[in-house]
Design a protein around this ligand. Structure first.
Ligand SMILES: [Zn+2]
Length: 179
């Protein structure tokens, strides 16, 4: 079981370092465990038994590692997305924005922050994926795109509530899609 660091910890505000490739066995193992943790966190029985919060994404700094790595385990409709990414880079983003209706949450943020986070509706990300064991390009829309942007932010020390406008927390950009 991981220790999840909270937003008062310096590592959560650190721009993380690139991971040298080829990756080490430890890095691959860490990403496998991160994805497994997310999967288990979505099992209600397991989560309540272990008193953990459900999550769909986890970035290495959240478990105390200064590394550009993140895991996603997300079910959206009939699709299940599972990634273990090293050195992800954003190739393209849409003009169109999207946001989660109820606002975002984070395993590292205990206090509630009311407000909406405007994200890109579509994002294209290139990364090394340890599950595929090769470089991949992800074209993500909607919920998956939002989740990726939230986790990518963690690698630069940015938290979701940094994006909430203090004077107008429920501001919606024109044309933004509710997810
Ligand atoms: Zn987070």
């Amino acid at each position: 079981m991981f220790k999840i660091f909270d937003d008062k910890t310096k590592i959560l505000r650190t721009k993380c370092k690139e991971v040298p490739l080829p990756y080490t066995k430890e890095d691959k193992q860490t990403l496998k465990e991160m994805a497994e943790y997310l999967k288990l966190s979505q099992d209600e029985e397991y989560a309540s038994e272990h008193n953990i919060q459900a999550g769909v994404g986890l970035a290495a700094p959240q478990i105390g590692l200064d590394k550009r790595m993140l895991a996603i385990y997300l079910k959206d409709g009939d699709s299940t997305y599972k990634f273990g990414l090293i050195n992800p880079k954003v190739l393209r983003t849409s003009v169109k924005k999207a946001y989660l209706r109820g606002g975002e949450g984070c395993l590292s943020v205990k206090q509630a922050h009311q407000g909406l986070v405007m994200r890109y509706y579509k994002i294209v990300v290139e990364a090394f994926d340890v599950f595929e064991d090769k470089d991949i390009t992800i074209t993500a829309y909607g919920y998956l795109a939002i989740c990726l942007q939230h986790e990518l932010d963690h690698l630069d020390g940015v938290l979701y509530y940094d994006h909430i406008k203090p004077k107008d927390p429920f501001f919606i950009e024109s044309g933004a899609i509710e997810v």
